[in-house]
Design a protein around this ligand. Structure first.
Ligand SMILES: Nc1ncnc2c1ncn2[C@@H]1O[C@H](COP(=O)(O)OP(=O)(O)OP(=O)(O)O)[C@@H](O)[C@H]1O
Ligand SMILES: [Mg+2]
Length: 476
């Protein structure tokens, strides 16, 4: 059974065999290298640059051993493409020519080493071993860097999805400014987390961050909540009240569910954004403030504008920098990372150690649609920790039944068309066989009677990640 373990488990690192892609147009060379390496590494082969690029794109390749002189696209160009797809892949170039110029070119393009043919078997093995050690070290460093980032208040935003990478770039850029930001995304996608991260990036980081959930405040109290009131300004106003905007002076006001803001307050908010001033309820004295506004909406605000429920001028004022958060079902590659993060967070909070979660359980989580997004996942993990045994391992059987629309019959019923139904079925079938072979891809491909390269491509296409790369997974 495979499972996610706690960070830096050295036993876990030792258990996973790195995957090497051998690229050479000569079958003899491919075979010789395969025989030399197969006792230590998992082998994938390609006979030209196109196949090599496809294999890297399909994921799971750690190292590439590639001939420079390939038919069609040559090895140096392929190296460039491979590095563009996955900069972490270590590449060793092989060549019959010992041209120093060519070697320098390869190294400049990011190759780890350049080996001339005929090569000495032991030398080649030790080059690859050094590269493998370096990759391991690199992944640990990267992990450490990630941890530091978390601790240094970049927020606790966990993600490696390319869609979220764009969000991170925006957070960094916009953090240094005071422009208004409109964050959109389904409920539970991390809008408030992103808003806090923006605040923590810039000069306002030590100033107040005041979050207001517009949807949760009764509309008759909203004006006074946001802008404050003078004593006696309405029945029940027994004392002067400072509103959120005044309180947040110098910092950020986060307006959650901004679409629910009543019309007359939309006008007042527009004035705050344009003139940086407002009056308390019951007063004519303008109060000047230095505020950054970040608004969030989980409905389509543009549609609200078209329906007449939201002012168009305010919409554009808020949307100076729009940030759209993708739903969790569009970034399933984040699920193993998030699971690990929440296992850590909630086992600490509940003061209860857990060993981890099996890969089978994680696969089931990756097949689920998560209508409540990350919040739903976090709540589930917390619940599982509360219900688990001290030091226990969370397995597939511990998951609530709702998750198991991942059984093909249940899931295919929800598929939007025939193609999606076939994909869901394939996914379920492949995960099943992989589970039965302890995620040994070679053995799984043999049982399915398909080529291992086909399996790798299918896994990439169907977003089957299985046990985590770079070692924090083991087979027991
Ligand atoms: N990328 C992430 N990494 C780690 N935790 C996350 C991430 N995204 C969201 N969370 C966690 O999920 C929960 C929900 O996030 P948040 O409150 O920011 O969502 P939201 O989009 O504001 O939801 P709503 O629309 O319901 O207000 C929080 O506990 C948050 O810490
Ligand atoms: Mg929110």
């Amino acid at each position: 059974m495979a499972c996610i373990l706690r960070k830096f488990d050295t036993k876990a690192d030792d258990m996973r065999r790195p995957v090497i892609l051998i690229v050479d147009d000569e079958e003899m060379v491919r075979k010789t290298l395969e025989i030399l390496l197969k006792d230590y590494y998992e082998i994938v082969t390609a006979k030209n640059a196109y196949e090599a690029i496809e294999a890297v794109r399909a994921g799971s390749i750690d190292m590439v051993l590639m001939d420079v002189n390939l038919p069609g696209v040559d090895g140096i160009k392929a190296l460039e493409r491979i590095k563009g797809i996955d900069g972490e892949v270590g590449v060793v170039m092989l060549s019959a020519s010992d041209s120093a110029q060519q070697a320098v070119k390869a190294l400049r393009k990011g190759a780890y080493d350049y080996v001339t043919k005929p090569f000495d078997n032991d030398d080649l093995l030790s080059t690859i071993k050094r590269l493998a050690d370096r990759l391991d070290l690199k992944s640990r460093l990267e992990y450490l860097k990630g941890e530091l980032q978390e601790k240094s208040g970049y927020g606790e935003i966990i993600s490696k999805s390319p869609k979220m990478k764009k969000v991170f770039d925006l957070i960094q850029k916009v953090g240094r400014t005071s422009s208004s930001v409109l964050i959109t995304g389904e409920s539970g996608t991390g809008k408030e987390l992103v808003a806090r991260a923006i605040q923590s990036m810039g000069e306002r980081k030590d100033k107040p961050f005041v979050a207001v959930n517009c949807g949760a405040i009764p509309s008759e109290l909203m004006e006074s909540e946001l802008f404050g009131h003078e004593k006696g300004s309405f029945t029940g106003a027994h004392a002067k009240k400072i509103g959120k905007f005044e309180y947040a002076d110098g910092g950020t006001v986060f307006l959650d569910e901004v679409s629910t803001l009543p019309m007359h307050l939309q006008i007042k908010l527009l004035r705050v954004l344009q003139e940086k001033s407002f009056e308390r309820v019951g007063s004519n004295v303008p109060i000047k403030v230095d505020i950054r506004v970040i608004a969030a909406a989980n409905v389509d605000l543009e549609k609200e504008v078209r329906k007449g429920g939201f002012r168009e001028d305010l919409y554009y004022r808020l949307k100076v920098v729009p940030i759209e958060l993708p739903p969790l079902r569009d970034r399933v590659e984040d699920i193993p990372l998030l699971v690990e993060h929440f296992l850590d967070k909630h086992s600490r909070k509940c003061n209860k150690a857990v060993k981890g979660m099996t890969a089978e359980a994680i696969e089931a989580l990756m097949s689920y649609k998560w209508p409540g997004n990350i919040r739903e996942l976090e709540n589930l993990i917390e619940r599982l920790i509360v219900l688990s045994k001290e030091g226990g391992l969370i397995t597939y059987d511990d998951l609530p039944l709702g998750i198991f629309s991942s059984d093909p019959a249940g899931q295919t019923k929800e598929a939007k068309d025939f193609k999606e139904a076939c994909k869901l079925f394939e996914r379920h079938y492949i995960i099943g066989v992989l589970n039965n072979t302890n995620w040994n891809r070679l053995e799984a491909a043999r049982r399915m009677n398909i080529h291992r390269n086909t399996l790798m491509m299918k896994m990439k296409d169907l977003k089957i990640r299985g046990p985590r790369r770079k070692g924090r997974v083991f087979n027991s």
